[in-house]
Write a protein that binds this ligand. Structure first.
Ligand SMILES: *Cc1c(COP(=O)(O)O)cnc(C)c1O
Length: 639
C-alpha cells in the first residue's frame, strides 16, 4: 500500500475542492466531516456514522443531514456580507433571505431560520404553499419575507395577513396585472403592502439557467413597465410602499462576470428610480451563487469560477460604486442564495449490491473436435496476441469475428454454446488489447472507448430519479466517493447504475483528476464486506425534486448534530422514516389494506383446498403484510 497515499486519493476524488472545508479524506482512508467551519476541532468519521446507522437498525439507502453544515453556511454568508459592508463603509445593511423552494423540508427551514436569527435572515417564498410556510415559520419581525412567483388574489390576501402580523413581507410584482390586483385588495382590506418590482434584465446569466434573464425571460417587468408601475402606485397614493427592486438572472451562475454585469445593471436601475422619487430601500440581487460540484473552479456547468467571498464582495462593491457615482443612498442589500446554503448539508449513503461486467461469465474455450471455424479463428487470434505487434489489426479482426459469429448464430449456423465461446474469447482479447494500448502514447479513436466498454458497472441500492434527479434531467455532476478504504489503491474503473428498471438510471459523469470522466476508480468488492459510497451535495433541489419512478419512495433520513463531548463528536438527533411500500401505493390510489385482505383470501382458499398447509399459509400472509409495511429499496443479505 506504500505506493498509494491519501494525496493520490485526493487527486482523483478532489474532495478538498468540492468539499468546501466540510469534507476531507482522513489519514485512515475514511471520509471525514468538519461540520462547522468555525469549530474545526469537531471532526466526524463517516464510518462511525455508518456504524451507528447500522446499529439503529436503519436500512440503507439513507439521506444523512448535517445540521451544523446548514448553520455554518448561514453564518458564512451573513458574515461575508457584514465584513464586506464594514470594510467598504457601505451604508446599507444586509437582509438576506433563504428561498424555500431549494429545500422545503421542515427541518431544513427550521434550522436555517434558527441559525439566521442573529442576522435577521429571512425567507423567500415563490408559491402559495411556500408563503403559508413562511407565514408560520419566519416569526422574526426584523427579518424580511420576500414573495416571488406568480400570485393570485388569495396569495395577496395571505401576504397582507403577514402585514397584519407585523412582518416585513414584501410582495415582488412579476407582472403588471399583479400590481393592479395587489392595490385593489390592499384597499379593500385597508392594509398597506410593502411592494417590490422584479426587473427583467438585459444581461443573461451564464450556465444552465441562463434563460432566467434576457428579453424572453419568464419573469419580471420591462423598464417601461417599471416606470408605469411607479406611476400607477403614485396615482393610487401608494408610491411610498414601493420598497424593493429585485432581479434574478438564474441559478448556478458559472461565470462571475455575469454577476458583476447584473449588479451594475440593477444598481443603475435603482439609482435612476430613486432619483425619479421612488423611495426604494432595498436592492435584491436574487440567487445564483454557484457551487463547485466538480471541483474544477471553472465555468463548467457544474462549477463556477469564483467563491462566496468574491461573490459577496462584487455585490457590495458593485452597488456601492454605482450609488456613489450617481449620488444616491446605498440601499439595503438582499440576496436569495439557496443552493449555496443547502447543497453541502445532505448526502445520500448507500451500499454497492453487485457488479455488472460486459465480459462476465467465462466459459471453457478449449478446442473441441468439429467446432465451427469461427470459434477456431477467434481462438487463434487470441493465441497470436502475445507476439502481435499490430494491436489495431487484432482489435479489428476480433470485432469482425464477433459480428460474424452473431450473424452465423442468427442463421442457425452456430450453436448457442459456440457463440458463448466466441464472446468469451472476444472479451479476453479486448482486455489484453486495452492493457497493451494503455501503455502507448497514442490511442486510436476506436480503442479509446475500450476503457468504458470494459469497465464494470457497480449496482447501487438507490434510485437516480428519487435521489439525484438533476444528474438524469440536466446532466448535473454530483461528487461520488467511497466512504472508506481511500487509503487503498482503487483498482476497478466503474460507472454506477441504480436499481430502477430504467437504463437512464445511471451515473456516468464523475469528478476526476483532469476534468470529468465517464468512469470512477472504486475498490474491488470484498466478499462478505459492505462497500458504502456517498453521493454528495444533494441538499439543494435534489432532496425534494425526486420522483417515485418504479415506486421507489423517499429515503430514510438521519439528522446528525455535532457534539464535542461525545467520543465520536456527533449524535443522531432524529431518524425520519422513509416511504414504505404502503405509503407509495396509497399515493398511487391503491388501497393496501384491501390488497392485503385480497391476498389473504387467496391464500386461505389454497389452504382450504389443501395446496398450502395452514401454518405455511399464515407465514405467507404475514410475509406479504411485512413487505407492504417495509422499505421500497433492496434489503441486502445480512453480513
Ligand atoms: C430559484 C430562485 C432562487 C434560488 O437560487 P439559487 O441559485 O439556488 O441560490 C432565488 N431567487 C429566485 C427568484 C429563484 O427563482
Amino acid at each position: 500500500m506504500a505506493d498509494w497515499t491519501i494525496d493520490d486519493a485526493e487527486r482523483i476524488y478532489r474532495v478538498n475542492r468540492w468539499g468546501a472545508g466540510y469534507f476531507t479524506i482522513g489519514d485512515n482512508g475514511n471520509l471525514h466531516i468538519t461540520p462547522d467551519l468555525a469549530n474545526p476541532d469537531i471532526r466526524i468519521d463517516f464510518n462511525s456514522v455508518i456504524e451507528e446507522i447500522k446499529q439503529e437498525g436503519i436500512q440503507f439507502p439513507v439521506v444523512v443531514r448535517f445540521h451544523d453544515i446548514l448553520r455554518s453556511q448561514v453564518a458564512c454568508l451573513n458574515k461575508a456580507f457584514r465584513e464586506n459592508i464594514e470594510e467598504a463603509e457601505y451604508q446599507g445593511k444586509y437582509m438576506g433571505v433563504y428561498p424555500v423552494k431549494v429545500n422545503q423540508m421542515r427541518e431544513v427551514v427550521e434550522e436555517i431560520v434558527d441559525a439566521g436569527e442573529p442576522f435577521n435572515y429571512g425567507l423567500e417564498a415563490g408559491s402559495k404553499a411556500e408563503l403559508i410556510t413562511a407565514l408560520a415559520y419566519n416569526t422574526n419581525e426584523d427579518s424580511l419575507t420576500i414573495l416571488n412567483g406568480y400570485k393570485d388574489e388569495e396569495f395577496m390576501r395571505l401576504a397582507l395577513l403577514g402585514r397584519k402580523l407585523g412582518r416585513k413581507i414584501i410582495v415582488v410584482v412579476e407582472k403588471f396585472s399583479e400590481l393592479i390586483s395587489l392595490v385593489k385588495i390592499s384597499k379593500e382590506l385597508d392594509i398597506e403592502p410593502l411592494i417590490g418590482l422584479r426587473s427583467k434584465m438585459t444581461v443573461k446569466g451564464r450556465g444552465k439557467w441562463e434563460s432566467s434573464g434576457g428579453d424572453r425571460a419568464k419573469f419580471g417587468l420591462t423598464i417601461a413597465e417599471i416606470i408605469n408601475a411607479a406611476g400607477y402606485l403614485r396615482d393610487n397614493g401608494l408610491l411610498h410602499c414601493l420598497k424593493l427592486l429585485h432581479f434574478h438572472i438564474g441559478s448556478q451562475l458559472t461565470d462571475i462576470r455575469s454577476v458583476k454585469e447584473a449588479v451594475s445593471e440593477g444598481a443603475r436601475i435603482y439609482a435612476e428610480l430613486y432619483r425619479m422619487g421612488v423611495p426604494l430601500e432595498y436592492v435584491d440581487v436574487g440567487g445564483g451563487l454557484g457551487i463547485d460540484y466538480d471541483g474544477s473552479q471553472s465555468t463548467n456547468d457544474s462549477s463556477r469560477n469564483y467563491n462566496m467571498q468574491e461573490y459577496v464582495a462584487d455585490v457590495v462593491y458593485g452597488i456601492k460604486e454605482v450609488c456613489d457615482l450617481e449620488n444616491v443612498p446605498h440601499p439595503n442589500l438582499v440576496s436569495e442564495s439557496g443552493r449555496a446554503i443547502t447543497a453541502h448539508h445532505s448526502c445520500v449513503v448507500t451500499q454497492i449490491v453487485g457488479e455488472i461486467k460486459s465480459s462476465s461469465g467465462n466459459l471453457d474455450t478449449s478446442y473441441k473436435e468439429d467446432e465451427h471455424v469461427f470459434v477456431t479463428n477467434m481462438r487463434d487470434l487470441a493465441d497470436s496476441l502475445p507476439e502481435a505487434d499490430n494491436i489495431q489489426e487484432i482489435f479489428n479482426d476480433a470485432s469482425q469475428y464477433k459480428e460474424q459469429g452473431i450473424d452465423a448464430f442468427k442463421l442457425r449456423v452456430l450453436g448457442l454454446e459456440e457463440l458463448a465461446k466466441i464472446e468469451t474469447l472476444y472479451w479476453q482479447i479486448m482486455q489484453q488489447v486495452q492493457m497493451k494500448v494503455s501503455t502507448q502514447e497514442f490511442v486510436p479513436e476506436e480503442m479509446q472507448e475500450l476503457d468504458y466498454n470494459l469497465s464494470s458497472q457497480y449496482l447501487c441500492n438507490f434510485s437516480v430519479f428519487q435521489s439525484a434527479a438533476d444528474t438524469w434531467a440536466i446532466d448535473q455532476v454530483l461528487p461520488v466517493v467511497p466512504l472508506t478504504r481511500m487509503n487503498e489503491r482503487p483498482t476497478v474503473n466503474c460507472s454506477l447504475v441504480d436499481i430502477t428498471c430504467d437504463s437512464d438510471g445511471k451515473i456516468d459523469q464523475f469528478v476526476s483528476d483532469n476534468g470529468l470522466a465517464d468512469v470512477i476508480p472504486m475498490h474491488k468488492l470484498n466478499p462478505g464486506e459492505d462497500y458504502f459510497i456517498g453521493l454528495f451535495l444533494t441538499g439543494a433541489y435534489q432532496d425534494v425534486m425526486g420522483d417515485m419512478h418504479n415506486l421507489f419512495g423517499r429515503l430514510n433520513e438521519v439528522h446528525i448534530f455535532s457534539y464535542d463531548d461525545d467520543p465520536e463528536d456527533f449524535y443522531i438527533e432524529e431518524f425520519v422514516r422513509g416511504s414504505s411500500v404502503e405509503d407509495v401505493l396509497s399515493i398511487m390510489q391503491y388501497n393496501p389494506t384491501a390488497m392485503a385482505q385480497d391476498v389473504k383470501r387467496m391464500i386461505d382458499k389454497r389452504v382450504a383446498s389443501g395446496d398450502i398447509k395452514p401454518r405455511e399459509g399464515v407465514k405467507w400472509t404475514d410475509f406479504y403484510e411485512a413487505c407492504l409495511a417495509g422499505y421500497t429499496y433492496l434489503k441486502p443479505v445480512k453480513k
